[in-house]
Every structure is written in C-alpha cells, then in structure tokens.
Design a protein around this ligand. Structure first.
Ligand SMILES: Cc1cc2nc3c(=O)[nH]c(=O)nc-3n(C[C@H](O)[C@H](O)[C@H](O)COP(=O)(O)OP(=O)(O)OC[C@H]3O[C@@H](n4cnc5c(N)ncnc54)[C@H](O)[C@@H]3O)c2cc1C
Length: 383
C-alpha cells in the first residue's frame, strides 16, 4: 500500500494550485458577480493544458485513457479557488465522456479535439422537468424518420445550456421499454428544432437552463452507441464523474478550513485568539479530520477506477456522498467560526455556503447515492 502521489500527479497538483493562487482565486468574486459562464477561465484552463485531462490522447488529450485521479486532483484545486471555474472544467468532461466511451472514431474525431482545446463547450442533457433522480422516467422521445431522429421534449437544469456547442442528450426510442428504451445522441447547437428554454437563476452562480426539442432533427449518425444504450451510457459517465464531485466537495471544504483557520488565529475574544477556545479548536480538528477522510475516499475510488476495477459504483457513490455531505458540514462550521463576518456578502464563507449546496443534489442526490451503496452491499453479500 502506498499513499503517495506519483511525481507526475504531485506536479499536476502543485501546478494547478499555483495557477489557482495566481490567476483564478483573485478573480473569484468578479466571476461570481458576472454570474455567467467564465469564458476567460475556460481559455486559461485550455492554455494550461488542463482540459486535455478530459479527453484521450488520440483525440487531443493527455493520456491514452482517461484517468480519474488527475481529474480529481485538478478539480479539488480549482474548487478551492473558484467553484464556477471548477464547474466549467468538469463540464467539458461530463459532456464528452459518453463520446469517449461509446462514440465511433468519426464521432470522436469530430467532437473531442475542440473540447480538449477549449474551442467548443460541452454539456450533458439528461434531466427533465419530471425526471431527475428517476432517469428512466424521461419523457423526451426520439423517432427515426429516414436519416434523422426527431426529438420532442424538454430538458431542465442543464449546465452550460445557453453556451455549449455539443450536447450529449437522451431520449426514449422505445417509450414502453423502461430504462432499456433510453438512447443517447450527440446534439449540435445549430440543429433545427433545438432551442434554449428558460435560463435558471440558482442561489450560487451557475450557467444553467432548459433545452427545448420540437421536432429536433438529429442526424442518424449522431446516435451514440446502440439504440437502448442510453441508461448504460449515463451510468458509465457517473461512475467516474461522481467521484470527482467528491473532489469538488474536498476543495470547497479545504478553502473553508483555510479561511476559518486564519480567522481563528487572528480574531481575539476575551483576551485571546479564538483558536485557543476549546470549542473552536474542536471544530477545526473535526473539519481537518473529515476533509482528510473524504480526500482518502475520493483518491481510493479514483485509484480503483484507474486500476481497471470494473465495478466501482459503490466506491464512487461513497466518495460523492461523504465528500459532499462533509463539505456542507465543514463550510457551516467555518462560517460559525467567522461569527457575523462569515455572513457578509462576498466573504469566502458566504460564497462557499451558497456554492456547496448543489453538490448533494446533482449527479445523483445523497439519497440516491445511499440506494446505490445499499444495493451494492447487498449484491456483495449474496456472492
Ligand atoms: C447545479 C446543478 C447542475 C446540474 N447540471 C445538470 C446537467 O448538466 N445535466 C443534467 O442532466 N442534469 C443536471 N442537473 C440536474 C440534477 O442531476 C438533478 O437535479 C438531480 O438528479 C435530482 O433530480 P431532481 O432535481 O429532479 O429531484 P427529484 O428526483 O425530483 O428528487 C427530489 C427529492 O426526492 C429524493 N428522491 C428521489 N427519488 C428518491 C428515492 N427513490 N428514494 C429516496 N429519495 C428520493 C431526492 O433525493 C430529492 O431529495 C443539475 C442540477 C443542479 C442543481
């Protein structure tokens, strides 16, 4: 057993940390205030080669195969400095990984290189107004007519919705077949019959909105994998990206801890720094312990996936569940340590308090992670 990062992994971690400290964190408040997609930060990530972690080498990426651990290392550091930039980073992967896994050579050659170099923005259109957790309950339909699939329906809560060039989206090619009736498609921005619906304003800035399909004509060759493989494709995506949400939780929690630790050293009450009050010290100890536990879970789940272990759903869900629930608790404690100052708009804790809330909802809520973990535990017990 070896808990050390390799030289290459350490180099990546330090390189992203430096980039965040010098160029991203100082912009965090401004990016938040803009409240829109951070095009300048995407360009910076591309310039520094970070988007290459999300695409295989053959199509403009860094490694022959996509590796979860480097993505987690980068996402943690980015989230530590600016959650909006971390979101932009990871969406390039979430929206392209189905193409990596299920695309043919032509699809990969057309869509992946511009995502790896930041020229095009990727998105994933799965959730609908009436189906979020229940992916198989999707109502959007796709009917093959000649050389085109005609899609009808609506997607909601789609990150990057107003800005992406390439969407991987899902629709029922066989509405009677439950999850086996779901298929995945590559959708280009300019496709006839496709338009943006409402743009949603969330409690923390996030470019997000609706996609509307009215006889949206997707060329037949843009079907991803086979008809009926949509559910499998969406789960394939989550097995890697859920772990990285845990990493985002760790990054947010680390930023909250750093702020609380400095504040606790400086702030004086009753004649001494508050870090010397036992209940504040205990909070910091709990925070540090929980951050470390979450980071280990994230790294372990990523390592399992990168080692070629096939069934990683349980570990990915544990990393996501613990990493994101931990982040909510840690941010709350950090804010408590700041007293009234922690609530002031624009302060680190106020920003993180709003930003952390979505993590236990997207890519499968905490309730859904517990279902996955419980199912896997029972499956293992039957073996
Ligand atoms: C910031 C943000 C970004 C997002 N980005 C994307 C994106 O890019 N692409 C995309 O497709 N989607 C995206 N989503 C949507 C997200 O994946 C869904 O919100 C999520 O899957 C939950 O679905 P829902 O909101 O419809 O809640 P529902 O499924 O309606 O759930 C409501 C509540 O019931 C609970 N619940 C549901 N079923 C069960 C059950 N069986 N047992 C116990 N409890 C249950 C849930 O945990 C939740 O607490 C995003 C959401 C957010 C907030």
């Amino acid at each position: 057993m070896d808990f050390k990062l390799t030289e290459e992994q350490s180099e990546l971690q330090l390189r992203v940390r430096k980039l965040v400290q010098e160029k991203i964190a100082p912009m965090a408040n401004e990016i938040e205030e803009r409240g829109d997609y951070p095009f300048d930060m995407l360009a910076l990530l591309a310039e520094n080669g970070l988007l290459k972690l999300l695409v295989p080498e053959e199509y403009g990426g860094q490694y022959p195969q996509i590796l979860a651990l480097p993505i987690c290392l980068a996402r943690e550091e980015l989230a530590r400095g600016c959650t909006v930039t971390a979101d932009a980073f990871v969406m390039q992967g979430l929206g392209s990984y189905p193409i990596v896994g299920y695309g043919n050579h032509e699809q990969k050659s057309r869509y992946l290189p511009p995502i790896a170099n930041g020229e095009e923005i990727a998105a994933l259109g799965l959730t609908e107004p009436d189906s979020g957790s229940d992916v198989a309950g999707a109502k959007t339909t796709a009917v093959l007519e000649g050389d085109f699939y005609l899609l009808n329906g609506k997607k909601r809560f789609i990150s990057n919705a107003p800005h992406a060039h390439t969407y991987v989206t899902f629709a029922k090619t066989d509405p009677e077949a439950g999850h086996r009736g779901l298929s995945a498609f590559i959708l280009e921005k300019e496709t006839p019959g496709f338009q943006f619906g409402e743009r949603l304003e969330l409690m923390a800035p996030h470019a997000i909105g609706e996609l509307v399909y009215e006889n949206c004509r997707i060329p037949r060759q843009n079907l991803l994998g086979e008809e009926g493989e949509g559910f499998k494709i969406s789960m394939y995506n989550l097995n890697i990206y859920r772990t990285t949400v845990g990493a985002q939780g760790v990054g947010i929690a680390q930023a909250a801890f750093d702020a609380a630790f400095s504040y606790a050293q400086e702030r004086v009450t009753f004649g001494q720094s508050i870090i010397n009050h036992q209940s504040i010290g205990n909070m910091l100890a709990d925070m540090a312990t929980q951050i470390k536990a979450a980071r280990l879970l994230v790294h372990h789940a990523a390592w399992l996936r990168d080692s070629g272990v096939e069934r990683v759903a349980k570990d990915a869900s544990m990393a996501k569940l613990y990493g994101t629930e931990m982040a909510k608790r840690v941010v709350d404690m950090a804010l408590q340590i700041h007293g009234g100052n922690g609530l002031v708009r624009g302060s680190v804790t106020e920003r993180l308090y709003r930003a952390v809330r979505a993590l236990t909802i997207y890519e499968g809520s905490s309730e859904i992670q517990r279902i996955v973990i419980n199912n896997e535990i029972q499956r293992e017990a039957r073996k």
